[in-house]
Design a protein around this ligand. Structure first.
Ligand code: ADP
Ligand code: MG
Length: 276
């Protein structure tokens, strides 16, 4: 039921439902540890794909494999028709994959708006010479960058914090700012690794609502989370990992009732509290 047909796969670029990213039989070993074992799935244009699984299941490794932090030992990742091969992180980012980190990485002494502008800047075309002499293209890009930054801050409910230094933002606000910054690169795929880690239940739900808002604007999102209940309400489809293997894939309702998934999660119900 959750399988795509060949027709869907060959749909035209930009069309909802076509495969934007494909993990193809990816195995990733660290010495003797098999962190990913022959994992295949796809992320479709315009969806929120949830990647879930107990701690140590291989979620972050998956994330690292598709953002260029690690190269698969076997198999490959194909993004927007291009095999990622041995591309470096910044090259993959240029192709249109943006990510946030499990640990916050903001410029603490810059304002919220400036932090978002850093994201937008990395994709500006005006070169150093243009910037230095404030030539028209640079001026236009600065104006556009400011407008985009303010829009993204609004989207993440941070409009009122635009001029505040990142270090004065609450933990939750900093997390949301990271997402705004990632969106400033206008990515084709936004990857979020446990964006709600350390949040209380109310904040978590609020963040899920914001992520859905991001998707509703036409973005494609990979959402990694180990709290299964949390992703149920926000994701379009879910892939479940356990011990580096994909054990299930399907619609949220199918995953919730899947015996293998229930077994994987038995006894780790409190996983979401473990990392606090
Ligand atoms: N750089 C690394 N070196 C060695 N082992 C690693 C490394 N990164 C992850 N692992 C191992 O791979 C497995 C999957 O880890 P990870 O992807 O972080 O899981 P998750 O994000 O689902 O909690 C774990 O057994 C972990 O210890
Ligand atoms: Mg992880």
């Amino acid at each position: 039921m959750s399988e795509t047909t060949t027709d869907e796969r060959s749909a035209r670029p930009g069309e909802p439902g076509r495969a934007l990213l494909q993990m193809q039989n990816v195995t990733l070993r660290f010495g003797g540890v098999v962190a990913l074992n022959d994992v295949s799935f796809e992320i479709r244009q315009g969806e929120i794909l949830g990647l879930i699984g107990p701690n140590g299941a291989g979620k972050t490794t998956c994330f690292n494999a598709l953002t260029g932090v690690y190269q698969p030992t076997e198999g490959q990742v194909v993004f927007d028709g291009t095999p990622l091969g041995r591309r470096k992180r910044f090259q993959i980012n240029r192709l249109g994959i943006a990510r946030t980190f499990q640990n916050i990485r903001l410029f603490q002494n810059m304002t919220a708006r400036e932090n978002v502008l850093v994201g937008a800047d990395s994709h500006h075309r005006a070169g150093v010479v243009q910037s230095l002499f404030r030539l028209p293209r640079h001026r236009r890009e600065t104006r556009e960058g400011n407008a985009l930054a303010d829009e993204l801050l609004e989207l993440m409910d941070l409009g009122h914090r635009a001029d505040d230094l990142a270090r004065n933002l609450s933990y939750g606000e900093q997390r949301r700012l990271e997402i705004a910054r990632a969106l400033a690169t206008k990515p084709k795929l936004l990857c979020l690794d446990e964006p709600a880690a350390g949040f209380n239940p109310v904040e978590k739900q609020r963040l899920m609502d914001l992520i859905r808002r991001v998707r509703d604007l036409g973005n494609t999102v990979l959402l990694i989370e180990h709290d299964m209940k949390l992703v149920m309400g926000v994701t379009d489809r879910i892939v479940v990992l356990e011990f580096g293997k994909k054990i299930a894939e399907g619609l949220p309702a199918e995953i919730r009732d899947n015996p293998a998934v229930i077994a994987a999660y038995l006894g780790v119900d409190d996983a979401s509290e473990e990392e606090l």
